[in-house]
Design a protein around this ligand. Structure first.
Ligand SMILES: NC(=O)c1ccc[n+]([C@@H]2O[C@H](COP(=O)([O-])OP(=O)(O)OC[C@H]3O[C@@H](n4cnc5c(N)ncnc54)[C@H](OP(=O)(O)O)[C@@H]3O)[C@@H](O)[C@H]2O)c1
Length: 289
């Protein structure tokens, strides 16, 4: 069984480590976070791995995962490079969606790769139960890619290969659907709050429609899933909602305009008549008062 060291066993690192250890794919050997307390907590969560205070004090391993924040990956790779320079068979990878494996090139002659799981690791306890079925975008040196394809397949993930130059746009696509969906939920809850509906009740109200909308999109695609006043060309309703939002919170009104324009574009590809589309575009493009 190959051994794996992790620098930055945070939300993603400790989830993957625990799953790989349980599956018997990797033997988790050494862990190193910024703080000793966090490293010890990660070892406890994983159920394996020795907590180390520095990269220099970590044991040798076949494979290294650098799973600190994206901004620290290059700096940590530079610290790791002299530590592994005598071991050309070593594999080093990170899991950032935004960066390619290029940021690890300082670790050569080790084989380098990036493997981005399209999953939100908000809560590691939940993620260990829900990661299976997620997709993982992999790119890098052949030896590293081959190992990571097997490692993530062992966790029942789907593998997709990506060109390094496409990673930024690929990641922006994930940000729209994951992070911006969360921001949309917040905008919705703030709007309900302004209408006197408290959060728990609003979440109860939203759960079936949000899940149904997601299911419709997966099954029918966005064009056929769009319902509501913009899809119907109901200009008066859109004007009334915009006015109410402007009188409540400028950011809510601004977001309603921007997303409304995206809805008009989508509705035009469906049944929205050109005249209604033009009226809606003009209304939603007016500068916020
Ligand atoms: N979270 C997600 O949903 C998600 C999804 C896909 C990909 N990713 C990628 O996964 C990576 C990690 O994200 P995350 O959400 O797991 O981050 P995180 O929970 O903030 O964990 C980062 C870990 O890195 C450690 N760290 C930071 N700087 C370090 C350094 N210089 N040396 C050693 N350890 C250091 C931190 O230690 P302390 O605990 O001591 O501060 C922390 O344990 C990122 O590349 C991210 O893009 C994340």
């Amino acid at each position: 069984m190959p051994t794996l060291n992790i620098i930055g066993a945070g939300k993603l690192g400790k989830t993957l480590a625990r799953l790989w250890q349980q599956q018997g794919f990797f033997q988790i050997r050494s862990l190193c976070n910024r703080s000793a307390e966090s490293t010890r907590a990660a070892a406890q969560f994983i159920g394996a791995g020795t907590a180390c205070g520095s990269i220099a004090s970590m044991a040798d391993a076949d494979c290294w995962l650098i799973a600190c924040g994206d901004g620290q990956i290059g700096e940590v790779a530079a610290q790791l490079a002299p530590r592994i320079s005598a071991h050309p068979d070593t594999i080093v990878f990170h899991c950032s969606g935004a960066l390619s494996s290029e940021v690890l090139s300082v670790c050569g002659p080790a084989a380098i790769a990036s493997a981005h799981p399209v999953h939100s690791f908000a809560d590691p306890q939940l993620s260990v139960q829900t990661l299976a079925g997620s997709s993982v975008a992999v790119e890098g040196d052949q030896a590293a890619v081959a190992l990571l394809q097997r490692a993530f397949s062992a966790l029942d993930c789907n593998i997709l290969t990506i060109e390094p130059e496409h990673k930024t746009l690929y990641h922006a696509g994930s940000v729209f659907a994951c992070n911006y969906l969360t921001a949309l939920m917040d905008l919705s809850l703030r709007t309900f709050a302004a209408a006197g509906i408290e959060e728990q009740q609003a979440l109860q109200l939203l759960k079936p429609i949000v899940l149904q909308t997601a299911a419709n999109n997966m099954q029918l695609g966005p064009e056929k899933s769009l319902t509501g006043p913009i899809a119907r060309g109901d200009v008066d309703t859109v004007r009334a909602q915009l006015n109410a939002l402007q009188n409540t919170d400028a950011q809510l009104a601004q977001c309603y305009r921007q997303l409304g324009l995206a809805c008009v574009e989508l509705a035009r590809r469906g049944a929205l008549p050109d005249a209604a589309a033009a009226q809606l575009t003009e209304l939603l493009s007016e500068p916020t008062r």
